[in-house]
Design a protein around this ligand. Structure first.
Ligand code: KG4
Ligand code: ZN
Length: 335
């Protein structure tokens, strides 16, 4: 089965084609970073307009990359939520229109399920059950992944997401938006022990996290004239140490031996390296997709649609409804 996936939940327009026999055949992504950079954040209306402009171009590019005609598509998957309402609607409308023209089934997919299962696009794959650390611009969650559609929220950030803390700290240092990757690059030149930022919430039991205090500490350090590279390195280290402490707790609590790192911040090299060492020390394994499959993409959406459609799921109606707020654990209740 060849599934075309469409992702438009935020500021990436993406279309991919996943073949259940041959794997990923096309993975087209257009990032809107330039559209939003001058506003210092994503402008929802501009995001939606740009998705509408780019979707037809990306469809053509994806079909050409896969050397396929649109009639060879067996099904269409699209991000139904969570995300920006207007942005989600552009992808959903495009997906449903395409499915209708081709007379093929469509299926709305949960964006975070896509992130969490993205490692299944690669070899070697994790086996269920596993622990997932989802770290993106909008989410920071520790999730127990029991099976396809079986998710338990073990802990989450009570304020800023990790990616948000990276982006806000980067902005304070004049690194542009979204500045997570730029901050990490700058950190390579800094001393990780230059500033002793507190590791938030580690003295409290439980698996919840908090990153807004760290962002405030960064703003104070920047205002008092500390070297930006040192601030960046110390900030990154504080984030990594905090995540490691919570991951260890979550592994102890669940007894799981496999860890999946997902979401945009999973592209962070020092975090990847630290978690690889951690899991090796524990005799476990860590899985993370290549950076292009960590940030928003449609390959993960096509994959989830293929997995769910293989077990008989598809949208009941030709109309569509997007779900801007949609907790991942709500999927567990559907089974
Ligand atoms: O998953 P994603 O593409 O979009 C959301 O759904 O949020 O994640 C984007 C986030 C941004 O906050 C970005 O700054 C961050 O991931 N990010 C990074 C790195 N690459 C992307 N943060 C730290 N280090 C990186 N290398
Ligand atoms: Zn995302």
């Amino acid at each position: 089965m060849r599934v075309l996936g469409i992702e438009t939940s935020c500021d990436e327009t993406a279309i991919a084609i996943f073949d259940t026999e041959r794997g990923l055949l096309a993975n087209q992504i257009h990032s809107q970073t330039e559209v939003h950079a001058r506003y210092g954040g994503v402008v929802p209306e501009l995001a939606a307009r740009d998705h509408v402009r780019k979707l037809p171009l990306l469809l053509r590019a994806a079909l050409s990359e896969a050397s396929m005609s649109r009639h060879e598509i067996d099904a269409v998957g699209y991000t139904q939520g969570p995300g920006l309402q207007g942005a989600l609607m552009t992808g959903a409308a495009f997906a449903k229109g395409l499915a209708r023209v081709l007379n093929r089934p469509a299926l709305g997919v949960h964006h975070l399920e896509g992130h969490v299962l993205a490692p299944l696009l690669e070899q070697p794959q994790p086996d269920f059950p596993f622990l997932a650390l989802l770290v993106s611009g909008g989410h920071t969650q520790l999730i127990g992944v029991e099976r396809l559609g079986g998710y338990t929220l073990l802990g989450e950030s009570i304020d800023d997401a990790v990616g948000e803390a990276f982006d806000k700290s980067a902005k304070l240092m004049g690194l542009g938006y979204p500045g997570g990757a730029a901050l990490s690059k700058l950190a390579e030149q800094g001393r990780r022990d230059a500033l002793r930022f507190t590791r938030p919430m580690v003295d409290r039991p439980g698996l919840d996290l908090s990153f807004s205090g760290l962002k405030t500490a960064v703003s104070i350090a920047v205002a008092s004239g500390h070297d930006h590279a040192d601030v960046a390195a110390s900030f990154e280290q504080a984030v990594i140490d905090t995540l490691v402490i919570k991951i260890k707790r979550a592994l102890a609590q669940t007894g799981y031996t496999q860890l999946v790192l997902a979401g945009g911040v999973a592209a962070n090299q020092p975090l990847r390296a630290r978690l690889k060492t951690l899991m090796a020390e524990r005799g476990g394994e860590v899985f993370y997709p290549p950076p292009i499959l960590c940030t928003d993409n449609a390959a993960m959406i096509a994959l989830v649609a293929a997995l769910r459609m293989s077990r008989g799921e598809c949208d009941a109606s030709a109309g569509f409804e997007v779900r801007p707020r949609w907790p991942l654990v709500a999927l567990s209740a559907q089974i």
